[in-house]
Design a protein around this ligand. Structure first.
Ligand code: SF4
Length: 308
């Protein structure tokens, strides 16, 4: 019988922003009387949320569900200024785990808006990050979800347009949207450095490389995790079968008959413990040879602010 091989694609899993957000949440749980509230998901990963919830963190979708005077943690995806103002009105003690790369995009919006630009923000309408970034200048920002939006968007002054992006998009798809916008707005302004973050780019590059050799790739990540979904898309664009698995049940349901070379990777909010457990389960399904393909070495870490 032909040996079946499992290849762990790296870099995978936690990025610097998620690592920092989880460390802030854990520090807060250690230093603050429970319950500690978190507005929305701290990061898009069920295992992390369940673990923090078991230790006394209460996750809410509406800031008005938090009792006056309580402590609230803002997630890695960031919030609009209106939410910060509401927290102030409610007398909440706030701690912010917004990823510094997301904060950078917030600053770009305020800078371009102050200069009178119309801002085209490439991203997914309902994603928390886009809601937060667009909220910095709602009258000036138009969200561009796809090529069609790029072709149809109108602005008051086509010579004064800037473009920004969500940090976790598909690099190839953004290039296509950007090309349409550049064609329509020759004076289009872009920020000095890319908005798509290093972790998103590196994970996509690694998957793109291995997808050419793999029979299938499994991405460990949540259904609402933008960067995880993009990894599935990147693999499929290379003609490789790809599956997203957020739980062991979903992992076990993936059809692997006839698959000899299987890649496995994880989105930026998936903990290593889940990756290791998934590998054990794949071993049990006949993938006894385990290798690692390391495409890029990452060494980015953000300092964790003191919280109390
Ligand atoms: S994926 Fe990128 S932008 Fe999002 S939290 Fe991680 S480092 Fe920050």
């Amino acid at each position: 019988m032909t040996a079946r091989k499992l290849v762990l694609i790296s870099p995978h899993g936690f990025c610097a922003g998620v690592e920092r957000a989880v460390q802030i949440a854990e520090a807060l749980l250690r230093s603050t009387p429970k319950p500690v509230y978190c507005l929305k998901e701290i990061v898009h990963n069920r295992q992390i949320i369940d673990s923090l919830a078991a230790r006394g963190m209460v996750f809410v979708h509406d800031i008005h569900d938090i009792p006056r005077g309580a402590t609230v943690l803002f997630s890695a995806h960031g919030i609009p200024p209106s939410t910060r103002a509401t927290a102030h009105e409610l007398g909440l003690h706030t701690v912010d785990a917004t990823c510094p790369f997301v904060t950078k995009v917030h600053h770009e919006v305020t800078r371009y808006a102050a200069q009178g630009f119309s801002i085209l923000l490439i991203g997914h309408h309902q994603h928390d990050e886009i809601i937060g970034v667009a909220g910095e200048a709602p009258d000036r920002v138009t969200v561009i979800a796809d090529d069609q939006d790029a072709r149809s968007v109108t602005v008051p002054n086509p010579e004064k347009v800037a473009v920004l992006t969500q940090t976790t998009l598909n690099v190839d798809e953004v290039s296509g949207v950007m090309a349409i916008l550049r064609n329509r707005f020759p004076h289009l302004q872009t920020p000095p450095s890319d908005d798509i973050c290093y972790a998103t780019r590196n994970r996509q590059q690694a998957v793109r490389l291995f997808a050419k050799k793999a029979d299938a790739i499994i991405v460990l990540g949540a259904e609402n995790s933008s960067n995880s979904n993009r990894l599935v898309e990147v693999a499929r664009a290379e003609g490789c079968s790809a599956y997203l698995a957020s739980t062991f049940e979903k992992l076990e349901a993936i059809p692997l008959d006839g698959i000899l070379t299987l890649g496995i990777t994880a989105g930026a909010s998936t903990p290593e413990s889940f990756v290791n457990d998934a590998i054990s389960r794949m071993k049990a399904r006949g993938f006894e040879t385990i290798e690692e393909l390391s495409v890029i070495r990452e060494d980015i870490h953000f300092p964790v602010p003191a919280v109390s």
